[in-house]
Write a protein that binds this ligand. Structure first.
Ligand SMILES: [Zn+2]
Length: 262
């Protein structure tokens, strides 16, 4: 195998590992109040490093993306018009949709179908089961992506909104993340403790882009180190490829490795 091919394969492998570790590193850092990327300039983490990180990674190069959609099942005879209005407003949230029964004139079948599509493309199976159980409650799904330069690892979650308050509140369901229960903190000041979660669902275009960035850096490093070693050997009178001492060798060919010309 040629040296350039071997160097390229190593660069891609190390580039992917580096990109992955950077994404998880940002996740761990953002779990620290000091470097909280999800609530920039919120009063917490107002140190210089935090501002620098937010500017570099959050604003100019968004390393964190978060989105959600939520829906509500509405039974027309028992639902106030204001709640229907609210459901329609929820539908306007970016990436959002709302679930309504087809008895509501303003909704229609297309809305129901849209919800079903959303549920199937967002597949925590336990949550689908819970949605089948609830008749009048709502549900909320969210996702977050993290990584640098592009958000490349995704995790998802969801929960049931018990609007009536007559059912036990099911706990939140997570998908695509490793729970680090040793690191807990309240995500909202004063809120309940939550574990750190490391996302692992790959966002392929971003994975490829980040691997190219870090892999390119590894490739440049390997090439630079090799060029320096070759230069140092030549200056010391050695073969630039294998390091054999050529001071007493007549001719231009290394007797050790066969390389011609010093
Ligand atoms: Zn040699």
């Amino acid at each position: 195998m040629g040296i350039w091919l071997r160097r390229s394969i190593w660069s891609v492998a190390l580039g992917l590992i580096t990109a992955w570790l950077v994404a998880w590193g940002i996740t761990i850092a953002s779990w620290n109040d000091w470097l909280d990327l999800s609530s920039p300039l919120s009063g917490r983490g107002t140190g210089l490093a935090s501002h620098w990180l937010i500017n570099i990674m959050h604003r100019e190069r968004p390393c964190y993306e978060w989105g959600y959609w939520s829906g509500q099942r509405i039974d027309l005879p028992t639902t106030k018009p204001s709640l229907i209005k609210k459901a329609e407003r929820i539908g306007e949230i970016r990436g959002g949709a709302y679930a309504v029964e087809d008895r509501i004139p303003s909704a229609g079948v297309s809305t129901i179908k849209r919800i079903d599509e959303k549920v199937s493309e967002f597949p925590p199976p336990e949550l689908e089961g819970l949605i089948a159980l609830v008749e009048t409650d709502g549900f909320s799904f969210d996702y977050w992506k993290i990584g640098w330069p592009k958000p490349m690892l995704m995790a998802r979650g969801g929960f049931i909104i018990d609007s009536v308050g007559n059912k036990p509140f099911p706990s939140r369901i997570y998908e695509g993340s490793i729970e680090i229960s040793a690191m807990k903190r309240p995500p909202i000041p004063g809120g309940p403790l939550e574990s750190l979660r490391l996302p692992y669902l790959p966002v392929w275009p971003a994975v490829i882009a980040n691997t190219a960035v870090f892999g390119g850096s590894w490739f440049a490093l390997f090439t630079g180190v090799a060029a320096l070693r070759s230069l140092r050997r030549r200056m010391a009178g050695q073969c630039s490829r294998c390091g054999y001492d050529l001071k007493r060798v007549v001719g231009k060919t290394c007797p050790e490795c066969g390389r011609t010309s010093r």
